[in-house]
Design a protein around this ligand. Sequence first.
Ligand code: HEM
Length: 946
Amino acid sequence: MRSRAGWLVLAAGLIVGGCGNAPGDLEACVRTAWGGLRPVAEDRARRFLGQVDEERARCRGGARAAEARRGPWVDWPAYWATGDAGSRTPGASWGGRFFGPDQRGLDGALIDLEYQRVELIRFNLFDNSGTYPQYARGRDGVPGRAIRVWPEMRLPPTHPAFVAVGGAGVQRCPGELIRSRTLTGICNDIRNPLMGATGMPFARNVEFEATFPELGATALARNRHGGRLGLLKPDPQVISRRLLTRASAPDDTCHEGRGLPGSSVAARCAYKAASTLNVLAAFWIQFMTHDWFSHLDEGRNAPTTMAMGCLSERVDGVERPLTAAAAARLGCRAGDRIDVATVAESADPPRFDDGGRARLARAFRSTRNTVTAWWDASQLYGHDATSRRRVPRDPADPAKLRLLVPDQRAAAGDTLGYLPVLGPGDPINPQWAGQEAAAFPDNWSVGLSFFHTVFAREHNLFVDAFRRLAAATPDGDSGLRHPDRPGQVVRYRDVDPDTLFEVARLVVAAEIAKAHTIEWTPQLLYDEPLSLALRANWFGLLDADADLVRLALSTVVRTLGRSRDGDPATTWYSVFASGPGIFGLGNRIGAAGARDAWSLANPDHVNGGTNHFGSPFNFPEEFVTVYRLHPMLPDLLELRALERDPNMVRLKLPVADVARGRATDAMRTHGLASWAVSLGRQRAGRLTLQNHPRFLQALDVPRIGGPTGKIDVAALDLIRDRERGVPRFNEFRRQYGLRQLTSFDDLVDLRLPAGSAERLEQERLVGVLRDVYGRHRCDASKPITEAQLNDDGTPVNDCLGRPDGSQVDNVEDLDTVVGWLAEFRRPHGFAISETQLQVFILNASRRLFSDRFFTSSFRPEFYSHLGVRWVTDNGPDGKVMERGGPARPGGEVSPLKRVLLRTIPALAPELGPVVNVFDPWARDRGAYYALDWKPRPGAEADEAFR
Ligand code: HEM
């Protein structure tokens, strides 16, 4: 069914408000408006794919957008106002605010993104812990997508809290278990105690049948890959050396990332640098991933080791042994070994009948997330009893984390404190000796040291502020309540140190989630549609200055509501949430202006803001894949001194030399403030081919004890994905509702002028891809997927649209990480690719939707009055606005900038002009999403601009 009434208004508006358009665009808009919105797909093979019809593209982006509809890529990046100033249309007239081209472009982009999210929620949730048959078939008359409680999420009888949650009866977490975030993540959802807890299986976002293509367990997988794949086929080290190694510049003095003696500034390690993202952004995301997921247990995989390639190469489509000379020429090492990935379940998966079709109940193998899946700052506070032992409290005030002032920092007047070093009594791996104490200590770097120290200081500053309030008004109402005594006020004087510690943890975790959502991610995806979409996730679109966006989305809701297969529990919900935002959903009961009826005594109020869309929350294996962001790291860190001319680079320190215990030394020697300005001004590496740090290709890992003592982490990224059964790039895209590639040539950005240097470079890299992955003679009788159909409704086959028997690229074999790195055509300002974004659209929303502490339990009863204010206002002293400048929307000082100003006060002058902490600090941000690499006023002398 199509909706027409509302579109009459829109059509009229377009006619009066569309000045500045070509007449054809306006007609396209009227016809599009009359036709209504497309229905949400009811069948996974007929999804939206991010591609609209020509008229819709013309309405939203004129002729340029209509022409850009070529190849596999999504359409919205060609709409008006989705790029820099040049993508906007001048001369809006009356009505332009609502119906003008720029607004149509932005609304169109947001509508496309919302369609993607709705379809992702509908087609891409595959829980690996046994609930999937219920999701597919429903249970007790309830459709699968509306199920909210699962037996698989019950605590087992062996769990220490089994009795407390209800034992063998109905389980519901009570009292102390729901007051704060628990150490192992149980009881976030009070009716599904085990969901998201330490050790639960990673989920999947792809059909279980599509996992582990190397096994050739299905006819489709065999057809798709023709027996060409294996754990070490194509050879991961050959791929690493040929497609991922950073090219050397003529003046390169990199020495595999070791630089020059004495950390001389004369060292050069060429890398492709991002212009709108700094090195803080790279370490931030390492800091985040340590909170969200890990496959390793205390830094270890399985006890056995295996080879990691440098053994074969593909010549004329045939795998041949690599000669010693070829290995030497490539620079790979056949002697590298790595410990085998830990697997949770590898037995043949159970099957169930789904409408006459046998389906898998889980992936062919499963792995466990060894940390909590919640956004709970577990990298700081711990995820089990062992990691908690590495989190020392301040003996003078156990509500605080232990910080101390090393002598060299005291001498510099830097007294807010540094993390203590792990001691002999702490549970550690030998390689962690000498590092700062951290719950998650693996792959420790100076950047992790930076963020752990900053947030430990923030934790303590919150405790200080709370204690000041308690001292001033000891009988005042802290806002906290105990779930066992919901009606009883908890006065400041009643709050014991353990309770305050946990309240501070809630606040710190929420601040981190907020900074990530509205500061890190919008800088990673630096354009207006994503900025609006991310703010909508947190604040809701109602906060944003985008009236028509609201209007447009309410229209989407109406249209979706008429979809024949509309499911209010999932489809509508996601769209509705765009209005108020996900954060704080359900934390108020009753109409605006009326008395808030939310009650701690009512479990449906405590838990009621969450929605798991019928599938218990955990990250999918595929999420880990798109966070393999190692190219963001440079090899050498450019050290500056805050107090002595930050424009000058004083040392070039190899990342490898400021890792593990040496990170701790480097932090104490140079201090948090100088590291801040150094990492804040230096540009991150671009996420593209031939840009992996060289030090990571020769990382010392003595614990493995192989002949070389080294590993190539770039190769390991591919091996791990193969061990964990991530589908290869093309099937990955089809499964996620994106269009497939038909040859490696599709990767070239055809918007670039033919013969331009950039396009020639892309064509060169496509040649290397073809060489490494090879080609084969195709067989049109072999279907290769069920995730999508050809446009004419026929099955996709091995020939990908080419004549039977022709030579086709082995594009189906492309490792997913290599594929997304090779996506040269990206939306404006995107550091990542559209394939990665697709994974984020689903999972970034879901981890907010599923978390009680970000939705219905974001309340003073849990966070305290001070805590709610602190998270809402980015600190204790009310909202703080930027003084003029290009900050938008609303001009509020960004959350992480506020944290840095509190925890490192010496940064105030440097941070003054900074709008987003992850934009290189000396860059002039310019107008409307400019990507130029130009110094801001006052930083003209910065060496980075020479
Ligand atoms: C000093 C810096 C770094 C070092 C030494 C390092 C090293 C490693 C190593 C050795 C592994 C493989 C673990 C295994 O499977 O056996 C790994 C995995 C990984 N790294 Fe890094 N890394 C660094 C920085 C980063 C950064 C900046 C990111 C950005 C997000 C990142 C993201 C990941 C991810 C997502 C994995 C997979 C984790 C998992 O399987 O659970 N790393 N890293």
